[in-house]
Design a protein around this ligand. Structure first.
Ligand code: HEM
Ligand SMILES: [Ca+2]
Ligand SMILES: [Ca+2]
Length: 299
């Protein structure tokens, strides 16, 4: 069962070890902290917080990482760094799914976001859910109706959805996800100066997905998880279509305005929603396991 301090007896230092690793990795590569937050979303939204996203393609498994939806995800190798530290202290005890959850929790703090009390005890899947990703994970150009229904299905309401999208206050977006708003014509809802800037960042209408052309999601505070995201939306400087729709949709726009005005309120709602997401449908030892290597099912 998922509970607070699940490892208090089996591995009392587990949470501290994850935290120290997240801090050390952040000082080495600041964007690791950004990655942990997206990894939690892409793991938990796809069926369960079960570390399914970490599995590599081997022995009949086709990795979720091969999905178009998971394009641009990075720093997976440092999950292994965290896992190695845990295996040294407590072999075969701490699940990869809990590493995904706790690293996101601690990554948020490194980026100036709120601290959360997070439950642990998730188990790791023995399969990839690649085939289900398209139906479960919203796309950059999906309608707000679809986005809200996806979050609703994991127990997150409109207010929580608006808060969680605030994760786009950090990180980057590759040009493939932007060019629809720039070519052949600039999306009229996009601030013209910002559009000019984005066209310089993304000069090719059909970028090769392998190109490293991208733009920061938040030009002003790109490495801080703050409410600048909502201020940008109000200035028509939302990057993705889903981002900008938060302002045009009548259900979500009041929350955008409230979050733009109040960073503490944003942080409060972000914590609440991230915790709900992090507890989506955990699996137990009947179907799951504690992987020894986060990339592979145990033999
Ligand atoms: C409707 C929902 C969402 C959609 C369609 C969406 C889509 C995207 C896309 C297309 C990117 C850019 C990927 C790239 O080009 O490299 C991105 C980046 C990111 N997303 Fe989301 N996202 C959504 C919700 C969320 C949520 C709920 C979180 C976390 C709570 C999140 C966290 C992130 C982070 C941290 C990045 C930056 C990653 C990096 O720089 O490595 N997103 N998202
Ligand atoms: Ca999953
Ligand atoms: Ca920011």
């Amino acid at each position: 069962e998922v509970q607070l301090n699940y490892y208090s007896k089996s591995c009392p230092n587990a949470e501290e070890i994850v935290k120290q690793q997240v801090i050390a990795l952040y000082h080495k590569h600041g964007n690791t902290a950004v990655s942990w937050i997206r990894t939690l979303f892409h793991d938990c939204m796809v069926k369960s917080c079960d570390a399914s996203i970490l599995l590599e393609s081997i022995n009949g498994i086709i990795s979720e990482k091969t999905s178009k939806q998971n394009m641009g995800m990075r720093n997976f190798k440092y999950i292994n760094t965290i896992k190695d530290a845990l295996e040294e202290a407590c072999p075969m005890t701490v699940s990869c799914a809990d590493i995904v959850a706790l690293s996101a929790r601690d990554g948020v703090v490194m980026l100036g976001g709120p601290h959360m009390e997070m439950k642990t005890g998730r188990k790791d899947s023995k399969e990839s859910h690649l085939a289900e990703i398209d139906a479960l994970l919203p796309n950059h150009n999906d309608s707000m109706t679809f986005v809200l229904s996806r979050f609703q299905s994991v127990g997150i309401d409109a207010e929580g959805t608006v808060a969680l999208l605030g994760a786009h206050s950090v990180g980057r977006v590759h040009c493939v996800n932007l060019v629809d708003r720039l070519y052949p014509d600039v999306d009229p809802t996009l601030d013209p100066d910002y559009a000019e800037y984005l066209k310089r960042r993304c000069p090719h209408p059909e970028p090769n997905p392998r190109d490293v052309e991208y733009s920061r999601t938040d030009l002003i505070t790109p490495m801080t998880l703050d409410n600048m995201y909502y201020k940008n939306l109000i200035n028509n400087r939302g990057l993705l279509i889903v981002d900008q729709q938060l302002l045009s949709n009548p259900i979500t726009s009041p929350y955008v305005k409230k979050m733009a005005a109040d960073n503490d309120y944003f942080h409060e709602q972000f914590s609440k929603a991230l915790l709900i997401l992090s507890e989506n449908n955990p699996i137990n030892e009947d179907v799951g396991e504690v992987r020894k290597d986060c990339r592979f099912v145990n033999k």
